[in-house]
Design a binder for this molecule. Structure first.
Ligand code: NDP
Length: 231
């Protein structure tokens, strides 16, 4: 394994796309800060850590903003890449809306990505790569919405897109670039068994887009395969 050069922080790192990001960045020789809301020493993340000592596991519920502040305060190193991956997909339709869960969706899918970015800005400014990637969804695209429904998930991801677009503008003076990524329809717990691709293919593609990200391309909404998605 090559010498550690960069540090990446990933939220929702215990399963699905988050776990795959941990795996691929660890294989690439990154220091991986894997954040998970539940510590389970028997899970796949801990098994992975046995083989990659450069993975460190931290308990972090992104819906708990004071714990994000505490984490940021206690974390003393710089961060090169922040990946806001944690997310929830509560089902909803015009006849089935739970307003409390709608607020939870906004808190986890939208506000938490902003809060993580804001709290970790000092660490990102000190990093060498200065990149922020947030996992959104094509379901948050207003242009692409031909199916309707899914009010909770769609609206929380549309809002995330707008938040990330504004951050891409506000953070330009600090040389920090921002990308909003659609992972494809992926076979994870969230995507289900009928997804079109597996986590390996999705993360390989998203990692490539993060590699290509620069201050010139900051603020884009693109898919894992590099295709631009209409807002
Ligand atoms: P999964 O449901 O498989 O995993 C979600 C991850 O987010 C889990 O690790 C979960 O942790 C974590 N999480 C949820 N809430 C919190 C919280 N409050 N604090 C910390 N972690 C939390 O989803 P995927 O891996 O498929 O999705 C990852 C991202 O990609 C999401 O943002 C999703 O919206 C997006 N996406 C996925 C698609 C797909 O087809 N799979 C398509 C489009 C977008 P825990 O185990 O504790 O619940």
């Amino acid at each position: 394994m090559s010498q550690i050069k960069y540090t990446v922080l990933i939220t929702g790192a215990n399963r699905g796309l988050g776990l795959e990001f941990v795996k691929q960045y660890a294989l690439d020789g990154y220091q991986v800060i894997a954040c998970t809301r539940k510590i389970n020493k028997k899970d796949e993340l801990h098994q992975l850590q046995e083989n990659f000592k450069a993975i460190s596991i931290h308990k972090l519920n992104v819906a708990n903003f004071s714990s994000i502040d505490l984490f940021a305060k206690s974390f003393k190193k710089s961060i090169d890449i922040l990946i806001n991956n944690a997310g929830i997909y509560p089902d909803s339709s015009i006849d089935h809306i739970d307003y409390k869960i709608w607020l939870d969706a906004f808190k986890i899918n939208t506000l938490a990505a902003f809060k993580m970015t804001k709290a970790l800005l000092p660490h990102l400014k000190k990093g060498q790569l200065k990149k922020i990637a947030s996992l959104t969804s094509k379901m948050g695209s207003i242009d692409d919405n031909s199916g309707g429904g899914e009010y909770l998930y769609r609206s929380s991801k549309t809002a995330l897109n707008m938040v990330m677009k504004s951050l891409s503008i506000d953070l330009k003076p600090y040389d920090l670039s921002v990308i909003t990524l659609h992972p494809g329809w992926v076979r994870t717990d969230m995507g289900g068994p009928n997804g079109l691709i597996d986590a390996d293919e999705s993360v390989t593609g998203m990692k490539r887009q993060i590699d290509k990200l620069s201050i010139k391309t900051s603020g884009q909404f693109i898919a894992y395969d590099g295709k631009k998605i209409p807002w």
